[in-house]
Ligand binder design. Sequence first.
Ligand code: FAD
Length: 452
Amino acid sequence: MQKIERDVVVIGAGASGLTAASELRKAGLTVAVLEARDRVGGRLWTDDIDGATLEIGGQWVSPDQDALIETLEDLGLDTYERYREGLNVYIGPTGEKRTFEGEIFPVAAQTEQEIVTLIEKLDALVAEIDPDQPWAHPLAKDLDEISFSRWLETQTEDEEARENIGMFIAGAMLTKPAHAFSALQALLMAASAGSFSNLVDADFILDKRVVGGLQQVPLLLAERLGDDVHLNSPVRTLRWGSDGVTAISETVEVSARFAVLAVPPILISRISYEPPLPRRQQQLHQHLSMGFVIKVHAVYSTPFWRTNGLSGTAFSPYELVHEAYDNSYHGDPRGTLVGFVADEAADGVFALNEEDRKQAILESLSHYYGDEALTPEVFYLSDWGSEEWTRGAYAASFDMGGLARYGADLRTPVGPIHFSCSDLAGKGYQHVDGAIRMGIETAAAIVERAGA
Ligand code: FAD
């Protein structure tokens, strides 16, 4: 067992922990980063699968994500635009396929009007929400006591309008069914991206990708930190008190003045604390849970949908794959589609055997793009639910009532222990931008306390 002393021990080498460590180092403090996995990046993971470069985790960058954009510039990483020329596809409740341009799906005029009205209402509400403290809204408690699906029912009787608006927050963002989270949680999700309109605008929210993959961010940050990043070192015990902390993993023991817990909040309770964390912390972490989504990649010899005049962008709240995009990798002449299967649909897919699972997903893709979608050269589906050090995707959100009740304490340090993760962020919540913001904020708070 290696024993070392540092000013700060950072637990978790995702984008948030590595940003915090880099900022602390810049301020002149010494750091050690302990990472459970045999790689850095956490939910950022770019891999070569059967000769195709695929982003198994996070990948898109949107124009409002200035903390991420600054980091990309600092690291010298280039971006490229998602392919989006041509028509998008929508599949309605009876299975009919329609093409469209713009953001509003080709639905009946009455439903379209309901969707537009709902977006306006949500934009107005979201404008009143401070993403850094949604619990401070005067109606926060009321909005946190009603599920998003129920709230939508109070706004419109048009089921197709509700399904479409619900999908943007439920399947597409929080990756939980709309009955499982509150209206306040939905508003936070939209406020964190600037507005509800931003969330429904795929050209905004899924704008750019990084040449070499988004995992380059943690990989390059870790490279700068050199030997201070320790892989295969899951922290099992954290001793803490007024004089500092000791983080104990299987390979390294780090004594430090401060700790940054840069892990998803659902994993905080996997560590043993001596003494135990205070009552409030022990309670609040029980009210957060990970959403669940399968990210599917299918790589074809050519991007055949482009020749058919399609952009690759496709949506349907009635399909197994509720959204899909052209995800062809920079410089690769082949065509790649990425699709998402969320929450209860994902449970159903994992109940199938491997062959049936693949078939069900490809059939859903073929409903959007035609039979050519049935025969990819490479097929890969993510399984974040089985990853011990993540346990779901994309991120964690509160149960009903949890955000108003506990939100204000989510980021409050406990003695020498600070918390940093995308799942705790306001702006950039559940995104890499939020992970980086939290890393910067946490480091600044420690630097101030350390008097560095
Ligand atoms: P994590 O990346 O989860 O890092 C936490 C680290 O802590 C991990 O490396 C973990 O191994 C480690 N750890 C946990 N417990 C311990 C322990 N006890 N000891 C030591 N180490 C420990 N975001 C976007 O901005 N754009 C996207 O397009 C996008 N798409 C996504 C698609 C998928 C499939 C997924 C899963 C996520 C996506 N996200 C996206 C979200 C984004 O990836 C995350 O918000 C972000 O990467 C989280 O960073 P983090 O550092 O806060 O947490």
